[in-house]
Design a binder for this molecule. Structure first.
Ligand SMILES: CC(C)(COP(=O)(O)OP(=O)(O)OC[C@H]1O[C@@H](n2cnc3c(N)ncnc32)[C@H](O)[C@@H]1OP(=O)(O)O)[C@@H](O)C(=O)NCCC(=O)NCCS
Length: 335
């Protein structure tokens, strides 16, 4: 039996910056509203006609992570791809990464857990590594949101929040039981599946039916979010799952070197920070620059924190997420 650890990190953000002022020009919103409610100043949107897609951004982030890990793509035993915006309805995006990285026939699995997707994927990789089944696992979180958002005033409560991007980590074996991933906490509550969802088209209403209806007011193929309800659940579940991870590791909140919360909303992160009495330097936030990139937000933030020297050998790190499903979870890491 092994522990697992992260040995390579990478991120990719499309170049095209969309500021709050840019959004003011196309919908009824304001920089002041967006910053006050979410903390977001700008986000990245893939330019129409660009080569970037969900899997391709994942490939770019992965190449950096693999290089930093010092292995070759051919040494990868498993790909886990977390996304809610896969390139195709089917197959998943993981197989497209396998092909692009020329990894011969390795298994590639998509993880459909939305904002908690990366946490679920790391926990899954951890289990495969712990049992000895696989040695090197590539874990990707990538999202191409912008093309599927309602960029009119009708969709403003959601479309101002989300951005595009990708992050990836390479995980491998760790011999010491005191290092690497110490524990993972995963939960879901399907009772609230519709509160943050994109339901159309679906198996009760396939595309031919939607086309037959030909209803220009049909918004079922745009994301729906009950913002305040999501907010209230998020702050409770974030706190519970961080506490559970701390308890299992035997850490006090003051000992955390860095908490990397899923970048859902700066106000959610600030609430959690206050609840645990953490200093600013103990919580990493970059939602101001990228918005909410769903499954990509934690690997992007983790990579940036690592690049800035805030995650290093000996660091006590916690990753925590909450999102659609509802799903939530945390990962406790002794780096
Ligand atoms: C989405 C969110 C920022 C909205 O903030 P809020 O304070 O709950 O705002 P409300 O939805 O109650 O809307 C308040 C008003 O702002 C308006 N509004 C909504 N979006 C707006 C926008 N982009 N610009 C300007 N006004 C907007 C609403 O229409 C409403 O107007 P009204 O009072 O005239 O009816 C907030 O609920 C939130 O962050 N929720 C959690 C979202 C999240 O984390 N999602 C991802 C989970 S992983």
């Amino acid at each position: 039996m092994y522990n697992s650890k992260i040995i390579g990190l990478g991120k990719y953000l499309p170049e095209n910056v969309v500021t709050n002022a840019d959004l003011e020009k196309i919908m009824d919103t304001s920089d002041a509203w967006i910053q006050e409610r979410t903390g977001i100043k700008e986000r990245r949107h893939i330019l129409k006609g660009s080569d970037d897609t969900t899997y391709y951004m994942g490939v770019k982030a992965s190449k950096i992570a693999i290089e930093r890990a010092g292995i070759s793509p051919q040494e990868i035993d498993l790909i886990l791809f977390a996304t809610l915006s896969p390139d195709y309805y089917f197959p998943g995006s993981g197989v497209l990464v396998q092909e692009a990285l020329e990894i011969p026939n390795c298994p590639a699995m998509d993880i459909r857990m939305q904002c908690s997707g990366f946490v679920y994927a790391v926990a899954t990789a951890d289990q495969f590594i712990k049992t000895g089944m696989y040695k090197n696992v590539l874990v990707i979180g990538s999202e191409y949101h912008s093309g599927g958002l309602d960029m009119t005033s009708r969709g403003r409560n959601i479309s101002v929040i989300f951005g595009d991007g990708a992050g990836a980590v390479l995980m491998t074996r760790e011999k010491s039981k005191k290092k690497g991933i110490l524990n993972s906490q995963l939960h879901s509550e399907g009772k609230y599946a519709q509160e943050l969802s994109l339901i159309g088209p679906n198996t009760r209403r396939w595309v031919p039916e939607i086309m037959e209806e030909n209803n220009p007011d049909d918004i079922s193929y745009f994301p729906h979010m009950n913002g305040q309800f999501v907010f209230k659940n998020a702050v409770v579940r974030f706190s519970e799952v961080i506490m559970a991870g701390l308890k299992k590791a035997g850490w006090r909140p003051q000992e955390i070197d860095i908490l990397i919360p899923h970048q859902a909303n700066l106000r959610i992160s600030q609430f959690v920070q206050k609840k645990f009495g953490l200093a600013d330097k103990q919580v990493y936030n970059n939602i101001q620059r990228y918005g909410n990139t769903t499954a990509a937000s934690i690997p992007i933030a983790l990579t940036e924190a690592w690049e800035e020297g805030k995650v290093k050998k000996g660091s006590k790190v916690i990753l925590a997420a909450f999102g659609s499903g509802f799903t939530w979870g945390s990962i406790t890491i002794q780096w």
